[in-house]
Ligand binder design. Structure first.
Ligand code: HEC
Ligand code: HEC
Length: 203
């Protein structure tokens, strides 16, 4: 399926067409076929995620998904066996599967404890200025939907967000953002839980 020249050309045309037709372009069909061949096992066919162990990919920004897949493929990011998954993908495959998942939609998670959610909202919007932690909204957007290579956090699986924020404290989850490494090192476990609960219930 990789490196078929005519298919790449059609997929490139598909990128331009997606502005008009949001489904059924050759690129999106290719992305869906890749998702159906392996990714669905953990992330769900529409990127809605199969369990709290796996991140949601539905509605995630395409540029961010592409960057993560290249980071996994080239060893800059490790974890969850994703290195082996990404190793199978050509650049064209990465663009297709990222385009496909970015166009899927999923429901936000039900809010848990309202006090925890409210605490998370305040941290997200204003950070902890005394400790030098900027509001997350300044990069991830007030609606937490990110942009381009900045990840969408709204509706992300809370368990995954908790795990990633803890991973960012450690030297091996450095890919792409010194800021995240620094910020995560200044958040307590309780603050991380509050942030994850707030983000999970956002549409
Ligand atoms: C066996 C389970 C499994 C399969 C199959 C799988 N993934 Fe993953 N994926 C994971 C796990 C676990 C993580 C979280 C890794 C970590 O902890 O950093 C992840 C993370 C990701 C991320 C990063 C998400 C983010 O928000 O940063 C992307 C993108 C991704 N996977 C895409 C894919 C694609 C595309 C496929 C199919 C080609 C795929 N995955 C197949 C388990 C899987
Ligand atoms: C200076 C900009 C900046 C600020 C402020 C910031 N982030 Fe990030 N964040 C990033 C970037 C860039 C990435 C993507 C890094 C990469 O490419 O791996 C990221 C990644 C993440 C991820 C991983 C997403 C995923 O899908 O795996 C989480 C979770 C996250 N940030 C949460 C937060 C929270 C919570 C705060 C506030 C306490 C915050 N960020 C503040 C820039 C920022």
């Amino acid at each position: 399926m990789n490196h078929v020249p005519w298919l790449s050309a059609v997929a490139l045309g598909g990128t331009l067409l997606t502005a008009v037709a949001a489904s059924d372009t050759p690129q999106l069909e290719r992305g869906r076929a890749i998702a159906a061949s392996s990714c669905f096992l953990c992330h769900g066919l529409q990127g809605e995620t199969a369990s709290p162990l796996y991140p949601r990919l539905a509605g995630q920004n395409a540029r961010y998904l592409e960057k993560q897949l290249r980071d996994f493929r080239e060893g800059r990011r490790t974890g969850g066996g994703m290195e082996a998954q990404a190793a199978k993908l050509s650049d064209t495959d990465i663009e297709a599967v990222a385009a496909y998942f970015s166009r899927q939609r999923s429901e936000p998670f039900a809010p848990s404890d309202p006090k925890l959610v409210e605490w998370g909202r305040i941290l997200f919007e204003t950070g902890k200025l005394a400790a030098g932690v900027p509001g997350c909204a300044s990069c991830h957007g007030t609606d937490a939907r990110g942009a381009e290579a900045l990840p969408r956090l709204a509706g992300q699986q809370p368990q995954y967000v908790i795990e990633q924020l803890k991973n960012f404290r450690r030297p091996w989850r450095r890919s792409g953002s010194e800021a995240m490494h620094d910020i995560a090192g200044k958040l307590s476990d309780a603050e991380i839980t509050a942030l994850a609960e707030y983000l999970g219930q956002l549409p």
